[in-house]
Design a protein around this ligand. Structure first.
Ligand code: SF4
Length: 464
C-alpha cells in the first residue's frame, strides 16, 4: 500500500510563507514521495513551483526566494489516479477569474467519468481527478461564479475522498469531503489572543514543525477560509449520515506516529494494537520484534503485555529510492532485501513473534519470513495489527485488485502455509477499534466490504 498525498495551506501576514510551507511539506514527506509543489500569492499573481522528486530536491534556496508572498499552498504527491508524469504534480493552476487559482488535493474521486461527462469534458484530456476538479471550477469561475461558491457547486457533485486546499488572490479555502476520509487539521501561528497567521495541514506534525498550535480538525463537509483578517468556517457540503469515516489505516500505517487524529495519538494507538494482539493471540516465544516502521510500536505493546523481551531485529534502509525494475512479484520480494536487513546475532536460535501492520499481496511478508529463517530464527510467529485486507480501496489509497489481495481468496491457515510462518494471527476489528479508542467513526471498507460512499459502478460491486 502507498500513501495518498499531503496538503498544506498557510497565511502568515507580514512573513514569507514559502519557507514555512517547505518545513510543513517536509513533515508530510511520508505521505507522498513522487512529486512536491507550492503555489504562492504575492499581491499581484500566483506563482507555482512543482516537480517530480522529494521536497528537498524540488525546492532550493533560490526557488524559495522566488516564491514571495504571505499566502501559500503546498502538496506532496503519490499518484493514486492519473499520470505519474511531472505535469500531473500539484498544485494544479488555472488562469480563470481575476487572479487565477491553484488547487492541491489529497484523496480520490470515484465518479470522475460521470463528472466529466456531465460537464462535457473529455476525461482522457485530464491529467488526474484533481485536474478535473480544477477544470470544473475554472468553468464556473469563468462564468462569473466566485471561487468559494464554485467549490460548493462542483464538490456537491463529487463522490469519494477529498481534502482540498485552493489558493486565490488574498485567501485560501480548505475543504474536506462529507465523510472525512482523509485527515485535515487547522492550526494557529502565534498566541490565541493575538494570532499571527493560520495553517491547514493533512497531519498535526506539520503544524508542530512550523510552530503552529493545533486548533481543531476540519469537519467533514466543512470549508475553512483563511486570509489576512483571520479564519471563517462554514458547512459547504451536507455531512454524510452517521459518524465521520476517517481511514482506519491512517492509524495503522499512514500517519506519522506523532500525529493526533480524532484526538488520539497515533503512536499510542499502535502500541495498544500490540497489547490487544498479545491478549488475543498469545504464543510461547523468546523475542518480540516489529517490522519497521509502523510495526515497531505495536511490537513494543505486544512485548509489554505478553511479558516477552522486545528487540530490534531488522534494520531498515531509509534511503531507498524508486526501483528501476518492473514491480512484479519477484521484484517486490527482492525489494525487501534492499530495504530490510536482519540483525543475525539477535535472531539466531530464537523463537520470534514478528509484528507487522498489514498483509496485502503477501509477497513481501513471505520474503521477510525467508530472510528471518536464513538469519537463524527457530520459529517465526506473525502477528498483524490490522484485520485481513479483503477489498480494494477507492478512497485515495493505492491498493491492488481484489484478485491480488492474499486474504481475499485464502483462509488464515492457507496464508500461514504460503508465508512459511509457524503461526499467523490478525487483530480483530473490535480489538483494532478498541486500541484506537473509536467506535464506528473510521472507514474500514477494505476490511469489511462496507463502502460508506459510492464506488465506481463499472467495477460491478454494489454500494455497501
Ligand atoms: S477502504 Fe481502507 S484504505 Fe481506503 S479509506 Fe477505507 S479504511 Fe482506508
Amino acid at each position: 500500500m502507498k500513501e495518498a498525498c499531503g496538503v498544506v495551506a498557510i497565511v502568515a501576514p507580514g512573513r514569507a510563507a514559502a519557507p514555512l510551507c517547505y518545513d510543513a511539506l517536509y513533515a508530510l514527506q511520508h505521505r507522498g514521495q513522487e512529486s512536491a509543489g507550492m503555489a504562492c500569492f504575492n499581491d499581484h499573481q500566483i506563482t507555482v513551483v512543482k516537480d517530480n522528486g522529494l521536497v528537498s530536491h524540488v525546492f532550493t534556496e533560490s526557488t524559495l526566494r522566488a516564491l514571495t508572498g504571505s499566502i501559500v499552498i503546498g502538496h506532496t504527491r503519490y499518484s493514486t489516479s492519473g499520470s505519474a508524469n511531472w505535469t500531473a504534480a500539484q498544485p494544479v493552476y488555472r488562469s480563470a477569474g481575476p487572479s487565477g487559482f491553484a488547487l492541491a488535493h489529497n484523496g480520490n474521486l470515484t465518479n470522475t467519468a460521470a463528472l466529466a461527462e456531465g460537464a462535457g469534458v473529455l476525461v482522457a484530456s485530464m491529467l488526474s481527478d484533481s485536474d478535473l476538479v480544477a477544470e470544473l471550477l475554472a468553468r464556473e469561475v469563468d462564468a462569473g461564479v466566485p471561487l468559494d461558491e464554485a467549490l460548493g457547486v462542483v464538490l456537491a457533485k463529487a463522490e469519494g475522498a477529498f481534502s482540498l486546499v485552493v489558493l486565490e488572490a488574498g485567501r485560501v479555502h480548505a475543504v474536506r469531503d462529507p465523510y472525512g476520509f482523509r485527515p485535515l487539521c487547522l492550526g494557529r501561528l502565534g498566541p490565541a489572543e493575538a494570532p499571527e497567521g493560520w495553517v491547514v495541514a493533512s497531519e498535526t506534525p506539520a503544524l508542530d514543525t512550523v510552530g503552529a498550535s493545533f486548533v481543531r480538525e476540519v469537519r467533514p463537509g466543512e470549508m475553512v477560509t483563511l486570509d489576512e483578517s483571520g479564519v471563517e468556517a462554514r458547512q459547504l457540503l451536507e455531512p454524510a449520515e452517521g459518524p465521520e469515516r476517517l481511514c482506519v489505516f491512517e492509524f495503522v500505517y499512514f500517519a506519522r506516529p506523532d500525529a493526533y487524529l480524532l484526538g488520539h495519538e497515533v503512536h499510542t494507538a499502535r502500541r495498544r494494537m500490540g497489547e490487544r494482539l498479545a491478549g488475543q493471540a498469545p504464543v510461547e516465544a523468546d523475542l518480540v520484534m516489529g517490522v519497521p516502521d509502523s510495526g515497531v510500536p505495536a511490537a513494543e505493546g505486544y512485548a509489554a503485555a505478553a511479558g516477552t523481551p522486545f528487540a530490534h531485529g531488522l534494520v531498515k534502509n531509509r534511503y531507498i529510492g524508486r526501483t528501476f525494475i518492473a514491480p512484479d512479484q519477484d521484484a517486490r520480494a527482492e525489494g525487501v532485501r534492499r530495504k530490510l536487513n536482519p540483525l543475525r546475532e539477535t535472531i539466531r536460535g530464537q523463537r520470534l513473534v514478528v509484528v507487522d501492520d498489514s498483509i496485502v499481496r503477501g509477497t513481501t511478508t513471505r520474503a521477510l519470513v525467508r530472510i528471518l529463517r536464513e538469519a537463524g530464527a527457530r520459529e517465526v510467529h506473525l502477528r498483524i495489527s490490522s484485520p485481513p485486507f479483503l477489498w480494494p480501496c477507492y478512497y485515495g489509497i493505492d491498493t491492488p485488485t481484489r484478485e491480488e489481495l492474499l486474504a481475499s481468496h485464502h483462509t488464515v491457515a492457507e496464508m500461514n502455509d504460503y508465508l512459511g510462518s509457524d503461526s499467523l494471527e490478525f487483530i480483530t476489528l473490535a480489538n483494532l477499534r478498541a486500541a484506537i479508542g473509536v467506535g464506528e467513526e473510521c472507514c474500514d471498507a477494505c476490511l469489511t466490504g462496507r463502502y460508506p460512499a459510492p464506488i465506481p459502478v463499472t467495477l460491478g460491486v454494489a454500494r455497501g
